[in-house]
Design a protein around this ligand. Structure first.
Ligand code: C2O
Ligand code: CU
Ligand code: CU
Length: 485
């Protein structure tokens, strides 16, 4: 790790290799796009009401001078607004589908009743509006939303349907928190464009990993720069790519701090010079900038190239330009308030999952089959054993801790609450999973690989949360009529 220095470091030009897909020749010509905050209104009972419309036919200018037609977005041409709610608040959603086909909207990272989850059982037909509501009752975090239609998730996300959902907790630690000023969303996606700017979707449903793009968009914008007007900036990194894995850091390899993982704050800031995030994962980082400096945020492939083509390429992501007199920030708190070391309760039930090419425990996803029945409030150990090439593993509704990865404890920045974990090829991970308390023996939650091509191919299972003691009486079959209701 290089020491933090005030020197400005600008890397331009291509620095070689990168497995053919990388792009390190950006000019940083465009101001970073900031997803707007979603508008809301208050219902008489105090609930916060949001209207989200899934729409097609967007015209987006990603590449200079080229119009990309038919991008998809939520309340806009591409991506969605940032939804924000505080812990304890009730939210009431109206999700309208103006797409040419059925879809869903899943609240990734949200603890809520299964019927509100927006998985493949909560399909919204074209023209219809779906109205889930729930009370936000979980720690502050960066969560997100995206469609989850059976076998169609990769295409819907790739075309542009995704957005951030920030959960605030006023009792949390003091961190940079002025949205768009010193609290900055960074939604990372790789795309492929044809020469005329058309979004190339041909590879989305093909190959081992689906589409791997050679062009990076940040918040739906190409070739961005961000002007830092404060010494400390929080970036909320979200990997909303279909398959790519990023190792995010800076061109000068400066040390910065991770303050939160997928599902909430760490115990204390973790010093790093790179964080690895696979599709669906988030990391909140706080970075210090010296007056007037410029530095490039980038992704660097695994040096060992041990893994495979989803984590090999090098990309520049954006340039940060610090203003000449940035506003002084408060120092990072030593304690952030996240949970301490994970403690395994005696007798915790162990479940095992084997990941093969695109199956879990040798089974393909079946919408009518309940794979696992979990008692409400359970804390279980889930052992995920990846016997093939790279995958990751996401569980709806829960927060988990990584107990170990290939027998070793996770790096401190991944030791906090999470909901998605990367498994390099042949890796094995043990998770301590905390389940919630919304019982519903009929409506399942999902667990799956979040490489969207794999998810669509059926690398997904379903679990229900039930009243403790009733596990044996729960039907393992969902009536076929139910799953489009
Ligand atoms: Cu981000 Cu089941 O999904
Ligand atoms: Cu999810
Ligand atoms: Cu996978």
């Amino acid at each position: 790790m290089a020491a933090l220095s005030g020197a400005s470091v600008i890397v331009t030009g291509c620095s070689g290799e990168g497995g053919g897909g990388g792009n390190t020749g950006l000019r940083f010509a465009n101001r970073l796009r900031m997803p707007p905050l979603a508008e809301s209104s208050r219902d008489a009972d105090g609930a916060k009401r949001f209207a989200l419309t899934l729409q097609s036919g967007g015209r987006s200018e990603f590449l200079p001078g080229k119009v990309t037609r038919d991008t998809w977005g939520i309340n806009g041409a591409y991506l969605g607004p940032t939804v924000r709610a505080a812990r304890g608040e009730r939210v009431r959603m109206a999700v309208t589908n103006r797409l040419p086909e059925a879809s869903t909207l899943h609240w990734h990272g949200m603890r809520l009743p299964a019927e509100m989850d927006g998985g493949p059982h909560q399909m919204i037909e074209p023209g219809a509006t779906w109205t889930p509501e729930w009370t936000v009752d979980q720690p502050a975090m960066t969560s997100w939303f995206h469609p989850h239609p059976h076998e169609r998730t990769a295409m819907h996300v790739y075309r542009g349907l995704a957005g951030l959902f920030l959960i605030d907790d006023p009792r949390g630690p003091r961190l940079p928190s002025r949205y768009g000023v010193d609290d900055i969303p960074v939604i990372v996606q790789d795309k492929k464009f044809d020469g005329d700017g058309t979004l190339d979707t041909g590879g989305v449903d093909r190959g081992t990993f689906g589409l791997l793009g050679d062009t990076i968009l940040i918040n739906g914008g190409y070739d961005p720069f961000f002007t830092a007007t404060t010494e400390l900036v929080r970036f909320r990194l979200l990997n909303a790519s279909n398959a790519r894995v990023y190792r995010i850091g800076f061109a000068d390899d400066r040390v910065y701090h991770v303050v939160a993982g997928d599902a909430g704050l760490l115990d204390r800031p973790a010093a790093v010079d790179r964080v690895k995030i696979s599709p669906g994962e988030r990391a909140e980082i706080v970075v210090r900038f010296a007056p007037g400096e410029s530095v490039v945020l980038n992704s660097r492939g695994e040096p060992a190239k041990a893994a495979n083509d989803i984590e090999e390429d090098d990309f520049d992501l954006m340039k940060i330009v610090a203003s000449a007199r940035p506003a002084a920030g408060e120092p990072l708190p030593a304690k952030l308030g996240g949970p301490g070391p994970a403690a395994v309760p005696p007798g915790a039930r162990v479940r095992q999952f084997f990941l093969t090419g695109s199956e879990i425990n040798d089974r393909d996803m079946d919408l009518t089959r309940i794979d696992d029945v979990v008692p409400a409030g359970a804390v279980e150990i889930w052992e995920i054993d990846n016997v093939t090439y790279a995958h990751n593993f996401h569980i709806h509704e829960v927060a988990f801790r990584i107990l170990d990865l290939d027998g070793a404890p996770p790096p401190p920045y991944q030791a906090g609450p999470k909901d998605t974990v990367f498994l390099p090829k042949k890796a094995k991970v043990r998770l301590l999973v905390q389940f919630g308390g919304f019982v519903d023996p009929v409506n399942p939650y999902m667990y799956h690989c979040h490489l969207l091509r794999h998810e669509d191919k059926g690398m997904m299972g379903q679990f229900v949360i039930v009243e403790p003691g009733t596990e044996d009486r729960i039907s393992r079959t969902i009536p076929a009529a139910h799953h489009h209701g």
